[in-house]
Design a protein around this ligand. Structure first.
Ligand SMILES: [Cu+2]
Length: 249
């Protein structure tokens, strides 16, 4: 099936969004072709041939009127139902073992991994690179220290506001390894254009190895300081969705 300009991406949810897009595009092509076909047929078949003869008139054709009322309603309901299914998948927060706290600020990103010393931090030209395991549900708690930012990863077909005072939660399961570009998608000030980051998706073994590199006293101090400010924001923020455990922990 053609892509209609979109891409499947590298996560479960990016793929379902992509398939939804394909479904909508196919529906639009079929309905567009039908409408244009009927218009062209009527224009050509019943074009004016002589000055006085007019085509036979068929108003109040009840079955036809019912058909062109009911069919569009069914089409709209079908598209609505498909959207609902995909949206529910997008906002599902299944139980996870990996949690990443993302804190956006003017103008950079901080990624901390609760329960570990891992800390990824970078601003403007530093482009921090966060790490997450493949084929694993990863829970994100997204917030901001100052203004509204946008967490966007193109390969994930995914974007969320990073809002001060709100904790936006979502779960992403990457299905292939690689390094993917992310960026802020809300005009947030002078260096908004430099608010890039990268997401590195690695195997679970590589992820464990990466976490282990932070097992030292110096990184423990740094992570404690970084998570303290993030935790204060998470605690004061309003959760985007009620969860049984506090912010998925
Ligand atoms: Cu920003």
């Amino acid at each position: 099936m053609p892509s209609f300009g979109a891409h499947p991406g590298v996560t479960d949810s990016s793929k379902s969004v992509y398939h939804l897009w394909q479904g909508f595009s196919v529906a639009a092509v079929i309905i567009g072709a039908l409408a244009i076909g009927l218009i062209l047929y009527a224009v050509l078949r019943y074009r004016r041939r002589s000055s006085d003869a007019i085509p036979a008139q068929h108003q109040y054709h009840l079955p036809l009127e019912i058909l062109y009322t009911v069919v569009p309603i069914l089409v709209v309901f079908g598209l609505f139902a498909a959207t609902l299914v995909v949206e529910n998948k997008e906002t599902a927060n299944p139980q996870t073992n990996v949690t990443v706290d993302v804190n956006a600020f003017q103008w950079g990103w901080q990624f901390t991994y609760p329960g570990t010393n891992a800390l990824v931090y970078g601003q403007t030209t530093q482009s921090p690179e966060m790490v997450m395991p493949v084929d694993t549900n990863v829970h994100f708690n997204l917030t901001s220290t100052d203004v509204v930012h946008g967490f966007y990863v193109r390969a994930f077909n995914f974007s969320r506001y990073a809002l001060p005072g709100v904790v936006n939660q979502f779960t992403i399961r990457a299905t292939s390894t690689g390094t993917f570009f992310g960026q802020c998608t809300q005009l947030c000030g002078l260096y908004h254009s430099l608010m890039y980051f990268r997401v590195k998706v690695v195997t679970p073994a590589q992820y464990a190895q990466w976490l282990a590199t932070f097992n030292n006293a110096a990184d423990a101090v740094k992570a404690a300081a970084a998570t303290k400010t993030t935790n204060e924001e998470l605690a004061s923020g309003v959760a985007s969705k009620n969860t049984t455990t506090k912010f998925g922990r």
